[in-house]
Design a protein around this ligand. Structure first.
Ligand code: HGY
Ligand code: MN
Ligand code: MN
Length: 416
């Protein structure tokens, strides 16, 4: 592998990415593909067809995690894994996740075309529901593989209309006990995920790829603020218990706490804020909002959450409202595997690609795979760092570099 130069079919890969992007709940080029919805199911079928055309054997688990396997010569050895997700939040772009799935497939096809006979099988994985859109929690499929989301917790999941995970799963044709999703350590020998950076740094520094050393740790909470409603005109200001005004103070407290850690890696926002009754001339009596706080340092992140809890108690007492804070998730940060990073670095050098080591600020399925297998991530630039938006864009050169380095890395890992 060290000498031969992989011949990517980049035109084929770009055409597949564009074809996948057409499978959307929204008008292309906007991509919306929420787990278990009609578009997600068509997208899964499309990618499965490509994998089968490449001679991979495809199976899925009870939650729809899909495994496309290129059989190695020594079946007694744990496979090498690669992959990502194809679900997409509303109003998204076409590269988030999909570059890792279709780019991973192209890396396998390149190695096949070069005549490699991998010692360890190589498995391409499509994880179910990396995005939190439907059930409010991200990385549903990879979380269940680890067991940090157990079957009982999964059975309690519902979408905004109250439709259960079980109903959605059954409709999607994924059956079997949820207990069967959890995997044992060693399920993969090693795992590498190719993904767009979802940040501006590789492009700004004109670098080909990023070798991810750490993945930031997300925590998400649901906050409900109960005040008192009333007529926006008739009820005078003294004594009002305006739930949205209280929420505004908490949102600013969260932002101040994230900014005050002194570390650029601490981030926080409130992405969802639902106001009840939501009438222009009615004082908000209830607000339900969802926080998203991240850092690569768990203690710093948890310090922000503690500051928010303190602010909530103070606002509650001063405004006479009641505030409940419930965790949705609070995941550990990920340290990527140094041995895999060495292989990635050697592969980048052999491929003549410029690179840097860096932090992943979005979370990824790799955050959870790292709980049961040595894991690392490989980033490619995305224009302006834009992601989770139709303007998301990665050039064929950037994608080609990522696939080239991934192919070399998978070849190396599959021989270990
Ligand atoms: O939110 C995230 O970090 C990921 O893109 N789902
Ligand atoms: Mn995403
Ligand atoms: Mn993603």
């Amino acid at each position: 592998m060290a000498t031969a130069r992989p011949q990517l079919s980049i035109d084929r890969l770009m055409a597949e990415l564009m074809a996948l992007a057409q499978i959307s709940e929204a008008e292309p080029p906007v991509v919306t593909r929420v787990v278990f919805g009609e578009a997600d199911m068509r997208a899964r079928a499309y990618v499965k067809g490509l994998c089968e055309a490449a001679g991979l054997s495809v199976r899925h688990d009870a939650i729809g995690n899909t495994f496309a396997r290129w059989q190695g010569t020594d079946d007694s050895l744990a496979p090498v894994g690669t992959g990502s997700h194809i679900d997409a939040i509303p109003n998204a772009g076409l590269y988030d996740g999909c570059v890792g799935v279709l780019g991973g497939l192209e890396a396998i096809r390149v190695l096949q075309q070069m005549g490699l006979k991998p010692r360890r099988s190589i498995e391409l994985v499509i994880f179910t529901a990396e995005e939190p859109t439907r059930f409010g929690i991200g990385c549903l499929g990879s979380r269940m593989m680890v067991g940090v989301l157990n079957p009982q917790q999964a059975l309690a999941l519902r979408d905004k209309k109250g439709r259960s995970l079980e109903e959605w799963r059954a409709q999607a044709g994924f059956t079997g006990p949820l207990e069967s999703v959890a995997v044992k350590p060693g399920r993969f020998h090693q795992f590498v995920e190719l993904h767009i950076e979802q940040g501006p740094y590789l492009e700004q520094e004109s670098l080909d790829v990023g070798l991810v050393t750490h993945i930031a740790a997300p925590a998400s909470q649901r906050i409900v603020i109960e005040g008192e409603g009333g007529h926006a005109g008739g009820k005078l200001m003294p004594g009002r218990k305006d739930a949205l005004a209280a929420a505004a103070e908490l949102i600013l407290a969260l932002e101040a706490a994230a900014k005050s850690t002194g570390a650029i890696d601490t981030v926080g926002t409130v992405g969802i804020c639902e106001v009840f009754p939501g009438a222009v001339n009615s004082i908000p009596s209830r607000v339900t909002m969802t926080t998203d706080v991240r850092d690569i340092d768990r203690a710093r992140r948890d310090g922000v959450l503690a500051a928010l809890a303190t602010a909530a108690r103070e606002v509650e007492a001063r405004r006479g409202v009641s505030i409940t804070i419930e965790f949705i998730n609070a995941d550990p940060p990920t340290t990527c595997d140094s041995a895999i990073l060495e292989v990635l670095e050697a592969a980048a050098k052999a491929a003549g690609k410029s690179y840097k080591k860096m932090v992943a600020r979005a979370y990824h399925d790799s955050s959870f795979v790292s709980c049961f297998a040595p894991t690392a991530m490989l980033f490619i630039p995305c224009r302006g760092g834009v992601s989770h938006h139709p303007d998301e864009y990665a050039s064929s050169e950037w994608i080609g570099s990522g696939v080239h380095v991934l192919a070399r890395t998978l070849a190396q890992l599959s021989e270990q």
